[in-house]
Design a protein around this ligand. Structure first.
Ligand SMILES: Nc1ncnc2c1ncn2[C@@H]1O[C@H](COP(=O)(O)OP(=O)(O)OP(=O)(O)O)[C@@H](O)[C@H]1O
Length: 658
C-alpha cells in the first residue's frame, strides 16, 4: 500500500489554475495591494466569474426582450385594433361568453370556481368525464395573455384586475378584458363584438337578465350586479281579461314605431306605472313582458343609502337600447310634493327635506327624462301607494299608462288553481287524497285524452254520505276498494270543478294572488284536498285578520291616548311661560284694519301683540283650546312657538336693541 504525500495528492486532484493574477503581478510597475493569488485560489472565484458572465448574458437577453416588446407594441399600434371590456358592463359578459364558446378557455390555466348558479351562462365543464355534471362553475380568468384565431385573424386576449377603493370607501374588485385583433380593419373588431353579442342573446334566450344597481359603483365605470331568471310564461300571470294582452301589444307597438317617434321629435321612451296591493302580480308582469319581448331589465332599488341623484344619472347612462328600466316601490324613495298634510307623518314616505338617501324628486325626474336620451326603453315603476306619488312624476311623457292591480277575483282564483294543477297527477294513496271519492264506472267525458279518472264530485256535501256517515258506496274510498291505478291525471272537467269549489269559498278582492298561491303551494300534490280544505283556510285567515285588526285598533287607541297626554303636558308647559316683557314705551297704533281682539294677559301682558303678527292669533287659539283639540304634534315648536318668537324680536327691534 503506497501512501502519497499530501503535496502529491493535491497535484493529482486539483488541477493547477493558470493564474491571471500571476501575470498581472509580473507586469512591471503593478502594485499588489491584495494577495490576488489567494483570492484566485479560493473556491468562490469560479462562481464569481460565472455570475459575471451570466449577468452579462442576462443583460443582453433583457435588451433583446425590450427591443422585441418595443417592436411588438409598435406593430400592435400600427397593425392592430383593440378594445377594453369592463367588468359590470353588459359587454363584458358577451366577451367572456364569446371566449368560452370559441374554446379559448382551453389554453387557460387559471379559473375562478364558484358553486353552480343560474347566474352564469359561460361556466365551463373541466371534468374529463362528461357524465359528471359537477356542482361548480369554472370560469377562465384569462389573466395570462391568450392568442387565438378568429375568422383568419389573430386575436389576443388578456384580463387585468385590481383592487380599488369604491365610493363607499370599501375596497372593490375592478377588472377589464383587453381584446386585440391583429388587423388594421376596424370593422373586424366590431364584427367580433357583434357576434359576441348575438351569441350571448341566443344563449340567454331562455332567461331574463336582470341588472341590479344594488351596490355602490366604483372608478369611472358603473357596476351592475347581474342575475338571470328563467322566462316567466305570460299565461302564468292571471289577471282580469285583456289587461296583459293590452300591455304587451302596447309595448310591442312602441318598439315598432321608433321612426314615428323620431319624426314627431318625441323621445322614444314609454312609461308604465303598475300600482296596487302587495302580491298582486306587478313585478311578475314586468318579468313576463321582459321574457316575451326579449328585453333586459335594469332595476333600481332607491331605498339603498348609497343611491343619490348622481348615482342614478351614472347608472342610467350605461343602460343600453331595448331595455326595461325598473324602479320598484317608487313611493318609498320620494315624498309627494302635493301631499302637504301631516296625516302620513308616520308613513315611510320621505319628505324632500328629510332625505334617507341622496335621491331627490328632481333627481328622479331627471333620471326618467334621461332614459329617453338613449332611445328605445320602457320605464316601469311599481307602487303599493299610488296616492303618495307626485303629480310631476305621473305626468304623460314620464308615466304614459297606469295599470291598476287588485286583490284576486273569483275568476283569478280559479285561474290560479287551474294553472298550478293543470298537469297534476293525483296519487290516490297519498295521505291528502285518502278521502277522495271517485265514481266506480267511468262516465262519458269531453276530454277523452285525459280521461283516466272519472269526473269527481268532491263537494263536501253531507248528502253524499250514507246514513251511516260513511262515503257513498258509489264513490269508494281510494284507499280501500277502488282499484284505479295511481297516480292518475285530473281531467280538465275535474280540474274546472275543483277550481270552482276552491274559488267559491272566498269573496272577490279578499286575498291577494300571492296569498292564494302560497296556500296552493302548500298543497302542491293534493289538488283535491286543496279545494276541500280551502273553506277551513279561509275561515282561519279571516279569524287571523280580525285578530290583527283588533290588535291594531288597540294599539292605535293607546297611541292616541299617549299623544293626547303629551299634548296636554305641553300645553301646561306652554301656559306656564312668563308673559312677554312689557316695553318701556307705547307701541305704535294698531295697523288697519283695527282688530277688536280682547287683550290677553297670557300673551304679552298689556301689549296687543295680536295686532302685530297673525301668528299670535294662532297662539291665542291654542291657548284657549281644550287639550284634546290640539293638533297632533311631536315637538313644542309645532304648537306655533316658532311663529310666535319673532314677535318679541320685533318689539326689541323697535326698542333699538338690534
Ligand atoms: N296575478 C297573478 N298571477 C299569477 N301569480 C301571481 C299573481 N299575482 C301574484 N302572483 C304570485 O305571487 C308572487 C308575488 O307576486 P309579485 O311579486 O309579482 O307581486 P307584486 O304585486 O309585485 O308584490 P309587491 O308589491 O309586494 O312587490 C309571485 O310568486 C307570483 O307568482
Amino acid at each position: 500500500m503506497s501512501v502519497m504525500s499530501s503535496g502529491q495528492s493535491l497535484d493529482l486532484l486539483v488541477p493547477r489554475r493558470r493564474p491571471l493574477w500571476d501575470e498581472i503581478k509580473g507586469i512591471p510597475g503593478s502594485m499588489q495591494l491584495v494577495d490576488l493569488t489567494r483570492i484566485q485560489q479560493t473556491w468562490a472565484y469560479g462562481y464569481i466569474v460565472d455570475a459575471v458572465r451570466l449577468l452579462a448574458a442576462g443583460a443582453v437577453v433583457d435588451a433583446i426582450r425590450r427591443a422585441f416588446v418595443w417592436l411588438y407594441n409598435r406593430v400592435k399600434l400600427r397593425y392592430a385594433t383593440s378594445a377594453e371590456f369592463v367588468l359590470g358592463d353588459p359587454a363584458y359578459e358577451w366577451i367572456v361568453l364569446f371566449l368560452t364558446e370559441n374554446n379559448v378557455w382551453q389554453q387557460a390555466r387559471d379559473f375562478r370556481v364558484s358553486s353552480k348558479s343560474s347566474k352564469l351562462v359561460y361556466g365551463v365543464t373541466v371534468s374529463a368525464d362528461p357524465d359528471i355534471i359537477g356542482s361548480a362553475d369554472y370560469v377562465p380568468t384569462y389573466e395570462s395573455p391568450q392568442l387565438f384565431r378568429w375568422r383568419g385573424y389573430w386575436v389576443e386576449v388578456q384580463r387585468y384586475r385590481a383592487q380599488i377603493q369604491g365610493n363607499s370607501g370599501q375596497p372593490q374588485q375592478a377588472a377589464a378584458i383587453f381584446l386585440t385583433v391583429f388587423t388594421r380593419k376596424l370593422s373586424v373588431l366590431s364584427e367580433l363584438v357583434e357576434e359576441a353579442h348575438r351569441g350571448y342573446q341566443h344563449k340567454i334566450k331562455p332567461y331574463v337578465t336582470i341588472f341590479l344597481a344594488d351596490s355602490p359603483s366604483f372608478g369611472g365605470s358603473f357596476l351592475w350586479n347581474v342575475k338571470r331568471k328563467p322566462h316567466r310564461p305570460i299565461e302564468s300571470i292571471i289577471l282580469p281579461d285583456g289587461i296583459l294582452d293590452d300591455l304587451i301589444s302596447d309595448a310591442k307597438g312602441f318598439f315598432a314605431s321608433e321612426a314615428w317617434y323620431h319624426r314627431a321629435g318625441i323621445p322614444h321612451r314609454r312609461g308604465y306605472l303598475l300600482y296596487g296591493p302587495p302580491g298582486t302580480g306587478k313585478s311578475s308582469t314586468i318579468h313576463a313582458i321582459a321574457g316575451e319581448l326579449n328585453l333586459e331589465i335594469h332595476s333600481f332599488s332607491l331605498s339603498s343609502t348609497f343611491v343619490d341623484d348622481a348615482f342614478l344619472q351614472r347608472a342610467t347612462a350605461t343602460i343600453p337600447k331595448r331595455s326595461i328600466v325598473l324602479v320598484e316601490d317608487i313611493d318609498c324613495a320620494l315624498p309627494s310634493r302635493d301631499d302637504d298634510d301631516d296625516s302620513d307623518a308616520g308613513s315611510p314616505v320621505r319628505r324632500e327635506h328629510q332625505p334617507r338617501n341622496g335621491v331627490t324628486l328632481s333627481g328622479l325626474l331627471n333620471m326618467i327624462d334621461g332614459i329617453g336620451s338613449e332611445e328605445g326603453k320602457l320605464f316601469f315603476a311599481t307602487t303599493n301607494h299610488v296616492d303618495r306619488l307626485d303629480s310631476a312624476l305621473m305626468r304623460p311623457g314620464r308615466i304614459d299608462r297606469r295599470i291598476r292591480y287588485t286583490l284576486a277575483t273569483g275568476a283569478q282564483a280559479r285561474g290560479l288553481f287551474e294553472r298550478l294543477f293543470r298537469d297534476a297527477e293525483v296519487d290516490m294513496d297519498s295521505p291528502g287524497s285518502t278521502s277522495v271519492e271517485t265514481k266506480e264506472e267511468p262516465q262519458s267525458h269531453t276530454d277523452s285524452d285525459k280521461l283516466e279518472v272519472p269526473p269527481l264530485d268532491v263537494s263536501p256535501d253531507p248528502a253524499k254520505s250514507t246514513a251511516s256517515g260513511g262515503p257513498d258506496p258509489s264513490f269508494p274510498d281510494a284507499t280501500g276498494s277502488a282499484d284505479l291505478p295511481a297516480p292518475q291525471m285530473l281531467s280538465s272537467a275535474q280540474l274546472a270543478e275543483l277550481a270552482q269549489q276552491f274559488a267559491a269559498t272566498m269573496r272577490d278582492y279578499e286575498f291577494s294572488p300571492a296569498e292564494l298561491q302560497g296556500y296552493l303551494l302548500s298543497n302542491r300534490d293534493r289538488p283535491i284536498a286543496a279545494a276541500k280544505e280551502m273553506e277551513a283556510w279561509v275561515a282561519r285567515q279571516r279569524a287571523e285578520r280580525e285578530e290583527k285588526a283588533e290588535l291594531k285598533a288597540e294599539r292605535r287607541e293607546r297611541v292616541r291616548v299617549v299623544r293626547a297626554q303629551m299634548e296636554a303636558a305641553r300645553f301646561q308647559q306652554y301656559a306656564a311661560y312668563p308673559p312677554f316683557p312689557q316695553p318701556p314705551f307705547s307701541l305704535p297704533p294698531p295697523l288697519p284694519p283695527p282688530s277688536p281682539a280682547p287683550p290677553s294677559s297670557d300673551h304679552g301682558g298689556a301689549v296687543d301683540v295680536t295686532a302685530v303678527s297673525p301668528a299670535v292669533d294662532k297662539l291665542a287659539a291654542v291657548a284657549t283650546a281644550a287639550p284634546s283639540s290640539l293638533p297632533p304634534t311631536t315637538s313644542a315648536p309645532a304648537l306655533g312657538l316658532e311663529d310666535v318668537v319673532p314677535v318679541p324680536k320685533l318689539v326689541n327691534g323697535v326698542n333699538g336693541t338690534s
